[in-house]
Design a protein around this ligand. Structure first.
Ligand code: FES
Length: 135
């Protein structure tokens, strides 16, 4: 038990998470809570003219696995098209991380769900009249 159950990659992302933070003028925001443990995660995205994710940031109020998952998924999503990013699954993330312990798989749900929700948020805002880039 303890930390030894995590892969080196999980530990590395947990100790040194990438892209942490908030995007103030985000094009899309997705927030999800984990019903299993009550932890929360919020993803922020910027979308460029090509429909690619030019920036991805997040805030995670969760366990070490959730932090590693958000860090990894932010790296995987950056530069991808919305369509590609919507196809990233929790299994993809867990695999990229070199696996997650079974009892921590629920933590990986948060990352993909929050990212997908941020993309939906962006798509919905755009549908509703497009004006979301004004300052
Ligand atoms: Fe809550 Fe991992 S225990 S996200």
């Amino acid at each position: 038990m303890g930390m030894a159950m995590y892969s080196d990659k999980v530990m590395e992302h947990f100790m040194n998470p990438r892209n942490v933070g908030e995007i103030e003028d985000a094009d899309g925001i997705g927030e999800v809570g984990n019903p299993v443990c009550g932890d929360m995660m919020t993803f922020y995205i910027k979308v460029d003219d090509q429909g690619r994710l030019s920036d991805v940031k997040y805030k995670t109020f969760g366990c070490g696995a959730a932090i590693a998952v958000s860090s990894m998924i932010s790296e995987m999503a950056k530069g991808k098209t919305l369509e590609e990013a919507l196809k990233i699954t929790r299994e993809d993330v867990a695999q990229e991380l070199g696996g997650l312990p079974k009892n921590k798989m629920h933590c990986s749900n948060l990352g993909a769900d929050a990212l997908h929700k941020a993309i939906q948020d962006y798509l919905e805002k755009r549908k509703k009249g497009g004006e979301s880039h004004g300052r």
